[in-house]
Design a protein around this ligand. Structure first.
Ligand SMILES: Nc1nc2c(ncn2[C@@H]2O[C@H](COP(=O)(O)OP(=O)(O)OP(=O)(O)O)[C@@H](O)[C@H]2O)c(=O)[nH]1
Ligand SMILES: [Mg+2]
Length: 463
């Protein structure tokens, strides 16, 4: 792989394309100063290359004909004290398409190569500035959509997950060393306390790995958001509640049944959690129109995908057969909150009968019109998320981590089984070594170019 050598100099616009206050163009590599110097005329007459590291310098970016392109600030970082571990120059110019395009073109004309997605972070990894889990956290941080996912990404970037993986690795190395020290002993000659010690180490590592794998699902909820679906018969006010939660008129509302035909999904943040809220077509016992049937089928699919269901009824009308029919479509394992909507109108619902039908689900008196009950609804959604995502130690965020941990758990279990079946230790250690390699891949202590390609291709250009 020659494309990702470290000895050339790369550049890219690090800010999103479009118009903005400023844009930042990043240059990294041994030729960074040489590339920028010919175009930069500092306000104070001093060459870039003779300026100290970690300073910012104001001046003009000039084209080869001596015409100014923009007034810019140039930030100087010197190897190894920079993001990539190389000489880095960041040019902050005005955030316009023409300006950034021109500056970039001039730099590319000086033999600087356009960076691939994530290549700055890839260099940071290759230069030991970050390990692989930290590099992945950079991406999580950029993609974080709520305060909770931000918290989790910043912790990972600070190295907390790396430390957990390192502890796991150290435990495995200790166990391996312990076994290797006893390789020459026939199994039956191992003292009971030595065997117990080894078994204890097996259990400890296995439990740690399992806990990390379980944490993945919880963390996924934080990052990707929980899916909350409004469901009910037509006209109970699902779309009105949808709009009220979003605080804008996103869905059509009318007093005609079947106003909503297709699903609508919008993202919102509730108490720091990322929530995907879905409005659905009203369900009835038997659809007459084919369009109603299609809408209803989608609603039923949405129910299966959801983490939480808001079963909506009209409290100003009686709880009837259609409501029961809707409720029966909700899969049993879903968290359900019953919304008794239209609480501003006089209540006609037979609450006792309704409650005996739905069981011990919590119910909220709500009015999309007066906003009664919305605070409580948000609280209950947040409580559910809090409970589903409550932490028990460090959490993994990536499918890659989960897969590597699952692979390591499998080989660890195999080793443990051989150990318990009293096989000679030389048959136990190979599986342990494979387990150790899988753990080393997590932090990037062991890696392949292919793995790096997969990880960094998800990054944006300029990061
Ligand atoms: N008084 C009162 N009327 C409401 C309330 N919520 C909704 N409505 C009215 O009920 C009617 C139906 O509301 P929608 O939000 O369209 O109901 P829906 O459940 O989305 O209906 P479909 O999309 O047809 O399934 C509209 O006339 C709303 O203005 C409420 O809390 N109080
Ligand atoms: Mg609707």
């Amino acid at each position: 792989m020659t494309k990702f050598e470290l000895d050339d100099t790369i550049t890219a616009v690090a800010t999103p394309a479009g118009e903005g206050g400023i844009a930042v163009i990043r240059v990294s590599g041994p030729g960074a100063f040489e590339a920028v110097e010919p175009f930069f005329v500092a306000h104070e007459d001093k060459k870039l290359s003779s300026r100290p590291a970690n300073t910012i310098c104001w001046g003009k970016f000039m084209d080869p004909a001596g015409l100014p392109v923009d007034q810019v600030l140039v930030s100087i970082f010197r190897a190894p004290q920079s993001y990539t571990g190389q000489d880095v120059i960041e040019i902050s110019c005005h955030g316009g398409l023409a300006v950034t395009k021109k500056i970039l073109a001039l730099l590319l004309g000086r033999g600087v190569r356009h960076a691939e997605p994530g290549e700055f972070t890839r260099r940071a990894f290759l230069n030991g500035k970050l390990d692989l889990t930290q590099a992945e956290a950079v991406l999580d941080l950029i993609h974080a959509k709520s305060e909770r996912s931000l918290d989790s990404a910043i912790r990972q970037l600070s190295g907390s997950l790396s430390r957990t993986f390192k502890e796991l690795k150290d435990e495995l190395i200790r166990l391996l060393a312990h076994m290797e020290a006893h390789l020459d002993f026939p199994e039956e000659d191992l003292a009971v306390d030595v065997k117990d010690g080894m078994q204890g180490q097996f259990t400890k590592v296995r439990e740690k790995i399992s806990a990390l794998i379980t944490g993945f699902a919880r963390n996924q909820l934080i990052r990707e958001g929980i899916l909350v679906t409004l469901v009910g018969k037509p006209n109970v006010g699902k779309s009105s509640i949808f709009n009220a939660l979003l605080e804008r008129d996103r869905a059509l509302v009318s007093d005609l049944p079947h106003t909503t035909r297709d699903q609508l999904e919008e993202a919102l943040e509730i108490r720091g959690f990322f929530v995907r809220l879905r409005d659905t077509a009203g369900l009835i016992s038997a659809a007459g129109h084919p369009l109603d049937k299609m809408g209803m089928d989608r609603t039923i699919d949405a129910l299966h995908e959801s983490h939480m269901v808001l079963f909506t009824v009209d409290s100003s009308a009686s709880f009837e057969e259609t409501d029961r029919h809707v409720f029966q479509h909700i899969p049993q394992d879903k968290k359900v909150i019953v919304l008794l909507n239209k609480s501003d109108l006089s209540s006609r619902i037979q609450e006792k009968e309704m409650k005996s039908f739905v069981g011990d689900k919590s119910a909220i008196h709500l009015s999309a019109k007066t906003r009664e009950g919305f605070k409580e609804l948000e609280q209950q959604i947040a409580d559910f998320l809090e409970q589903e995502t409550s932490e028990t130690g460090e959490q993994i965020t990536k499918l890659r981590h989960k897969k590597a941990l699952e692979a390591s758990l499998e080989t660890l279990r195999r080793a443990e089984q051989s150990f318990q079946e009293r096989m000679s230790l030389e048959f136990v250690t190979p599986d342990l070594r494979v387990t150790l390699e899988a753990i080393k891949e997590l932090t990037g202590e062991v890696y392949s170019e292919d793995l790096l390609d997969v990880i960094f291709s998800e990054f944006c250009i300029g990061k």
